[in-house]
Structure formats: C-alpha cells, structure tokens
Design a binder for this molecule. Structure first.
Ligand SMILES: [Zn+2]
Length: 440
C-alpha cells in the first residue's frame, strides 16, 4: 500500500457523521523499538528539519564554504537529488565535541533511508544507510456506536498509526466490501468489525499500516468476510470470502459516494415537478454538484446526450443483457462518447441537476433485457473464484488468516474452513503481534 495524502473531501464527508469511541478491547502489541544507530557519544549534533521552500544549501550556508558545499553536494548526488528533498527532511550536522568544524552530515531521506556524508581530507564522501523495517501483523476490532469511520479512527489499538493510515484502513475496508456492503446505507449501530493488517515499524519507532489481510464485518447480523490471497506473490492478489468466492461483483452497489438516497425504486411515486403520481424506476442519490459518477460495471457507452427530463444522460450496455442509465449530470467526463469502452469504477461524468430535477442528484437505473430492476435489491453474480490450480495454497493461507480473525473478540468464531491442512496456533498468533513471515 502506498502512503498517500488524505483527501480533504473524504475527511470532510467522514467528519459530518458524529463522534464516539468504541469497544476499547486491547492494548496495542509492543512494536519493539530499535535503538537509533550511529550516534557516537563524542559528538555534538545540530538537527534541522527542512522547511517549506528551504534548501539543503541554505541550511549549510554559514557553516560550510561555497566551495566545499559544491564538493559535498556532488557526493550527495550519488544517492539523491538535493533539489528534490521533501519538506520536513531531517538533516543532522555532526561535530566533534569542542570543535566548530563539521565532520559529518546525515540526511534522513526516508525514515528507513539516510545519506551519510563524511568529511575526508580531499573532500566529501557519501554512503547510503538503510535501516531495517520490521513487519508484523496487528488487529483491531470493535462495535459501531455511531459510524464505522469513528469506530475505526478512534480505536485505541490503532492510535500509534498516523491519522492518514487509519483513514486509509477505512478506505481499504470500504474498497474490500464495496460490492457487499454500502457503507453509507447499510452500517448500523451495533454492527461489529474486526480485521488484521500488516504493519511496518521503522527504526525510529514510526509505523505505517500495510495490507489488509483479513476482515470481517457483521451488519444487521449478516457476516461478510474478505481474505487476501495473492496466488502469484506479485502483490496483485484479491479478496475472497470463506468459500473462496471472489468478493467482487459484476456491478458496483452504487455509482458514486452520496449524501443520502432521495428516492427509492418504486412503481408509484408523486412527482414534485410534474404534480402527478408516476413510477420511479431508478434510485436517486443526492450528492453535491460535481461529485464524480462511476460506471458500475464494464461496458460500452450507447447513449450520451441531453435527453429531455433526464437531462444529460449516459446509457451503458453491459454483458448479459444489462444496461445502466445515469441522468441529470452536470457534465460528461472528457473523452466519454458513444462507443467508449468503460471499466467498472471508471468516472463517466459529474452530478448535476439538468433536465427535470429539484436539486443536484444522480438518477440511476438498471435494466436487464430492457426491463427495469431495482438496483438496490438485485442479486448479482460474483467475480471469478480462487483458480482451481491455486486451491490448496488458498486453503493453507486462508486457514492462517481466518485463525487470526478468530483469535479476535468479535461476533463469534468465524466458520472454520474444511481443510486437511493442520490448523496453526491461532490463539497464540492472534493474541499479540505475530511475525508475518508465514503469512506472505
Ligand atoms: Zn430519479
């Protein structure tokens, strides 16, 4: 998982939902801190943090002559560009005690990567020091008292993780369960969650959330599971349920992130503008104007036009006789034309209120064989299951991950897989931080 900045929109949306922490069940397992390296006692150090707009040279000015800076930067360039240092990069100037002359400089490019510069008789030399990252697994569980976002972000087990990472874990859960559970509509107070993920711990004690390995969400009494499986070990694996069926579905549950559903599918509805009763053969999602609209499945765009009361509308044809319609758009996405091939989750346009609409919303329809269906209640076929060639490996790996989940207090034991493989010591593994070597 790449660490990425939090999208302000997401935070804003998530923060709208109210507060409260939840079941504070565990102590966080101790990460095991490794002492800082390379700090001989006979030195004094000055530590700088690179400010916005500041340069490496700027920090050296006044301490090192321009001539020597040129030599130093030349040595530095063997490992990194001095022009491309992040804001906040830590630069340590090292002096011998009682000596004003710098003898060395450490530039911490990343928490686990430092360029060390030494002063030598004929100039400067550099080396790259990589410090080891420790990876373990961590778990969290809880009950939802208000909304999932709060339950996870406020979970004390996760408090050592950067806020962005906690936020990203929720994003991961949302991604993993997006075909099964609509987080904005289906999560209820009293629902429970538990999940296991990898965590990277760096020498300075900082940590980062890694891949979600196994997760369970029990909503309105129905459990949903997602177990990571990467048959080729290339990081391009996927999530499967306990039976080895893909968690993916041919259609997304919803084509956008919305504020509320303003009209459900019905055969009879009072129309506020036309002043009549008529059927509403789609779902209306109220959302801010400009919200991105996604194709809910792979297909080909067969209509893209202004269509009377529908306003700006896109119709997509999908395999097996399915079609989806997206109406009242403010604008189409650039490049989307009749004949465009789209993939599931591709952005096709933006929420608006063109045509007959009292406020910005997306009117979404799903049809099969030309007949309208209720998108919120249609039962959709699953994606490909675990390939039969990989079945034995899947059973082995899933067993370990399910055991991890099972060791966490939650809704109850996850149903044990029926396998020949010996069950690992789930209790011990799950009772604390476990080395992830066996879980790769
Ligand atoms: Zn509508």
């Amino acid at each position: 998982m790449s660490s990425r900045m939090i999208e302000p929109m997401r935070i804003a949306a998530a923060a709208v939902a109210a507060v409260a922490c939840t079941a504070c069940v565990f102590e966080a397992p101790d990460a095991g801190r490794i002492d800082r390296l390379y700090v001989p006692p006979a030195e004094t150090v000055q530590i700088f943090s690179l400010g916005r707009g500041e340069t490496f040279g700027g920090i050296l000015d006044g301490t090192i002559s321009a001539n020597e800076q040129a030599l130093l930067l030349m040595a530095f360039r063997e490992h990194a560009s001095p022009m491309r240092m992040r804001e906040g990069t830590e630069i340590t100037l090292r002096f011998l005690k009682d000596d004003e002359e710098i003898r060395g400089i450490d530039v911490a490019l990343m928490p686990d990567e430092t360029v060390r510069l030494h002063r030598e008789p004929l100039g400067w030399e550099s080396e790259l020091i990589e410090t080891p990252i420790y990876v373990d697994t961590l778990f969290a569980s809880g009950e939802i008292e208000t909304v999932l976002w709060n339950a996870v972000v406020m979970n004390p087990v996760l408090s050592g993780l950067p806020f962005a990472d906690r936020n990203e874990l929720i994003d991961d859960l949302d991604q993993v369960f997006q075909w099964q559970v609509d987080f904005s509509r289906q999560i209820r107070v009293g629902d429970t969650y538990r999940f296991v993920f990898e965590r990277e711990v760096r020498p300075d004690g900082s940590m980062r959330a890694g891949r979600l390995l196994a997760a369970e969400l029990v909503t309105s009494g129905t459990p949903f599971h997602a177990i990571w499986f990467d048959p080729n070990g290339d990081g391009r694996g996927s999530y499967f349920d306990l039976e080895g069926e893909s968690v993916r579905r041919a259609f997304l549950l919803k084509p956008l992130s919305y504020r509320r559903i303003s009209s459900l599918f019905t055969n009879s509805r009072y129309h506020p503008i036309l002043n009549t009763w008529r059927s509403h053969r789609g779902v209306d999602y109220a959302a801010d104007a400009g919200t991105e609209i996604m194709a809910t499945s792979d297909g080909v765009v067969t209509e893209r036009r202004f269509d009377g009361s529908y306003g700006n509308t896109i119709l997509i044809r999908h395999p097996n006789g399915f079609q989806t319609r997206y109406a009242h758009m403010r604008a189409f996405r650039n490049g989307i034309v009749v004949g465009s091939r789209v993939h599931q989750s591709d952005i096709i346009g933006y929420v608006g209120m063109t045509g007959l609409a009292t406020g910005p919303h997306l009117h979404y329809e799903m049809l099969r064989g030309g007949r309208h269906m209720d998108p919120l209640s249609v039962d959709l076929p699953a994606g490909d299951p675990v390939p039969s060639d990989d079945r034995m490996r899947w059973l082995d790996e899933a067993e370990v991950r399910v055991a991890l989940l099972d060791g966490i207090p939650g809704a109850g034991p996850v149903r044990t897989l029926v396998v020949d493989a010996e069950i690992q010591d789930g209790q011990t593994v799950a009772a604390g931080a476990a080395p992830s070597g066996g879980l790769q």
